[in-house]
Design a protein around this ligand. Structure first.
Ligand SMILES: NC(=O)c1ccc[n+]([C@@H]2O[C@H](COP(=O)([O-])OP(=O)(O)OC[C@H]3O[C@@H](n4cnc5c(N)ncnc54)[C@H](OP(=O)(O)O)[C@@H]3O)[C@@H](O)[C@H]2O)c1
Length: 328
């Protein structure tokens, strides 16, 4: 099969299109013909081996060499073959998943327990936009944020991959949603259901005088300690992301906020999609919301498979409005 193989840590120039062996599904595994994948910060952090501090972690990008040869955290496609003991899927089924790697290829092997049927009303490209970004927003709002109907929810970084899902999910959970984004995305974020929008280039979020029950911090423009000023005393700050950096960011932003938590009246929690063990159940929940028409992926740009490195370079600029997808 054809795959983009990561030669060594570095830029998207290190992604080389090669002919490699097609994986063979083992017991409990499913071989998926990848029809679309999506690109997100997780991919280029892993590609660069950044932040460097993450190289010390078990399950990180690797120390001297990439742990993963083939990146690509999200896939949508058709079941090509099933391994022994697989009972839920058969060849030809349309599926999607968050394998956390392996998506930048023609075929990927996924554990049956990680795979879900593709929402019937989405194309493969749309479905590939969903898994990691929407799952992160779901974990952040529902599990860590314990969002309740009627609460005032602030989504900081509302126009990117995670944010466009977070605005729609918060709205679907019955919250009063305020989205923070740049000028060119104000209309987009409103159209996703935000009751209010704040332009981060024109207004200081800390000086609006508004307080929120729950803040999902995706962009991380200010410190967690500073955010106490926009939270109600019993509010919750859920940390998702932060500014990229070479040594410790965005993890440094998240860790600093966790360290400040004991000094804050607000509850501080972390959304960590990589550690999530409920991916299949969460994809089923998301499929329900998508098929009901309450959530819909926003695609900024789609690239053909042969131009996958260009898709990564585009996503790395940090200004995607929604998701960047790659179609085979
Ligand atoms: N914790 C987890 O499990 C997890 C999972 C997924 C992602 N993440 C992290 O979450 C972050 C966002 O991921 P993503 O996939 O949504 O990225 P993305 O798609 O690249 O999001 C970029 C968006 O952020 C907006 N933005 C940039 N600076 C902003 C600011 N100061 N205030 C408000 N919006 C701002 C940009 O708008 P403009 O063009 O207007 O600047 C752009 O629309 C990353 O740090 C990523 O690593 C964490």
């Amino acid at each position: 099969m054809k795959a983009f193989v990561l030669r060594s840590f570095g830029s998207a120039d290190q992604l080389e299109l090669r002919e490699v062996d097609t994986p063979v599904p083992g017991p409990g595994e499913v071989l998926v013909r990848v029809r679309a994948t999506s690109v997100q910060p997780y991919d280029w952090h892993t590609m660069r081996g950044e932040p460097y501090a993450a190289r010390l972690l078990r399950g990180g990008p690797g120390f001297r060499r990439p742990r993963l040869a083939i990146l690509g955290a999200d896939i949508a496609g058709e079941v090509a073959a099933v391994g022994r003991d697989v009972t839920l899927f058969r060849p030809g089924d349309a599926v999607y998943a968050m394998p956390k790697g392996g998506g930048f290829a023609e075929y990927a092997c996924v554990r049956e327990s990680e795979l879900a049927p593709k929402p019937g009303n989405l194309s493969f490209a749309q479905a590939a936009a969903v898994p990691m970004a929407a799952n992160t927003a779901l974990i952040g709002l529902r599990d860590q944020g314990r969002v309740q109907a009627g609460q005032r929810v602030l989504v900081n970084g509302a126009s990117g991959g995670v944010g466009t899902f977070a605005v729609q999910l918060a709205r679907a959970f019955g919250a009063q949603v305020t989205g923070v984004c740049g000028t060119r995305n104000l209309e987009l974020v409103r159209s996703l259901g935000a009751h209010e929008v704040v332009d981060y280039t024109a207004a200081d979020l800390m000086r609006t005088g508004r307080r929120y029950d729950l803040m999902l911090d995706i962009a991380g423009g200010r410190s967690g300690w500073a955010y106490r000023r926009v939270l109600t005393p019993a509010g919750t700050l859920v940390l998702v992301g932060g500014p990229p950096g070479r040594w410790v960011q965005p993890a440094g932003h998240v860790m600093a906020a966790m360290m400040a938590a004991p000094l804050m009246s607000a509850r501080v929690a972390l959304a960590d999609v990589v550690a999530c063990t409920e991916n299949r159940q969460n994809l089923a929940t998301l499929s329900g919301l998508i098929e009901d028409g309450r959530v819909s992926p926003v695609i900024d740009r789609s690239f053909p498979f042969a131009e996958l490195p260009a898709a990564v370079r585009y996503q790395e600029q940090g200004h995607a409005s929604g998701k960047v997808v790659v179609e085979s």
